[in-house]
Design a binder for this molecule. Sequence first.
Ligand SMILES: NC(=O)c1ccc[n+]([C@@H]2O[C@H](COP(=O)([O-])OP(=O)(O)OC[C@H]3O[C@@H](n4cnc5c(N)ncnc54)[C@H](O)[C@@H]3O)[C@@H](O)[C@H]2O)c1
Length: 482
Amino acid sequence: MTAPLWFDPTEILIGGTWQPCTSGQTIPLINPSNGSELALIARGKGDDIDAAVSAAQSALDGEWGRMTALERGRLLTEIGRRVLDYVDTLAEIEACDVGKPLGQARADAVALARYMEFYGGAADKVHGATIPYLDGYTVYTLREPHGVTGHIVPWNYPMQIIGRSVGAALTMGNACVLKPAEEACLTALAFARICQEVGLPDGALNVVTGLGTEAGAALSGHPGIHHISFTGSVRTGALVQQAAGANVVPVTLELGGKSPQLVFDDADIDAALPFLVNAGIQNAGQTCSASSRILVQRGVYDTVRDRMAEAYRGLTVGPAMDDLRVGPLISNRQRDIVRGFLDKGADLTVAATGKLQNAPETGAYVVPTLFADVPPDHTLARDEIFGPVQVLIPFDTEEEAVRIANGTDYGLVAAIWTANGARQMRLARALRAGQVFINNYGAGGGVELPFGGTGKSGHGREKGFEALYGFSTLKTVAAHHG
Ligand SMILES: NC(=O)c1ccc[n+]([C@@H]2O[C@H](COP(=O)([O-])OP(=O)(O)OC[C@H]3O[C@@H](n4cnc5c(N)ncnc54)[C@H](O)[C@@H]3O)[C@@H](O)[C@H]2O)c1
């Protein structure tokens, strides 16, 4: 299977010109469904990042910087429409690059279009305020772009993460330098081609592929950027924050999670079941907001365990283009990390596993695994696995459930399944998480919903209107007119 590329992936985009990187070196991309080489990409480094940051600054000083909010909004809306024309192509590219089942990859492409539509419509609706002040003064605020924004994205949801961060940054009039992940970056390049096709001014979006330790490090420590948005691991997020801090550059960090779902005795188990399972195995569990811990009250514990186990036994795992429930992991390296976690669970009870279907041995496959009766302090119940692995943890009381749920370093997502309205309100406050879902998980991933973490899950918010505030800065103007 080859990806339907209509462009040369060894070229990077700087100031509107597609070109090889300065070093002339390339990095191979691997199709995780079968281990074959998919494409070569440019190994951009510091020189290329320098050029991209300069090009972005020139765009701010030129045509892009002069565009009105209305014009930017129309352009983004048009980009969204054009992305829809490419949905099937983008989905196939993503399936080959990430190993994501085709249907899930298609949903990501549709989400990318939706981000552009949402932000395009919002561009001319973000405004400042007038502030009552002393006699003789008129005081108001202006929302302005930061300037040049850096965007470092991971491999697990390239299109969605580019949509929510680059989309919001462009809306507010920033000029972007995007550094996609070296494991999967073809849809980032494709998106930039689409933006150019629609007429995004040169330099408003620049894309430099390369290694995180080279291009990524150069971007996060660059003195010419004014904001950086990073999505990825806690370890790298801390490095990015440190590098940006040296230049006093503000940072948004979207990091990992160990997100729990709390199922109480009075929950509607039929309604909960698809969410309990899907939130753990979507994108083979390689989702920052994956729900890897299922906390269940004793009265329904056996029922939930047995029904989840039954669902797990029906999970099929195979090549992305076969569009089964679960595809491969991103790489053999990631597969081995997840297998290492499974080894650490050798002392635990396996409630059920899924099964492989036409999965080549050369692919990066891990069979989804559900563990039962897991102690809350076990490694599998505390550490982010980033694979299709879920643990069931029984509890007796609400207080115990909250204590377990809040007992990790993370705080990204939590869900509560209960019919008790008072408990819903209590727990929505008590749970340490950037977002809490009541009788659902993820609310369909809507682009309108602000998203971000607490604790080691990061800080700052993307998605929704909140992102537009994050990708802009506030200027206060006080005029004295007597
Ligand atoms: N909160 C979210 O929205 C979200 C979304 C997706 C993934 N994640 C998290 O990301 C992690 C998995 O992704 P990963 O393993 O690719 O993460 P990673 O941190 O290794 O890589 C993410 C990005 O950072 C770049 N990078 C690597 N080293 C760098 C450095 N020294 N300086 C600057 N950039 C560098 C990479 O090239 C890539 O583009 C998981 O922990 C997951 O939870 C979080």
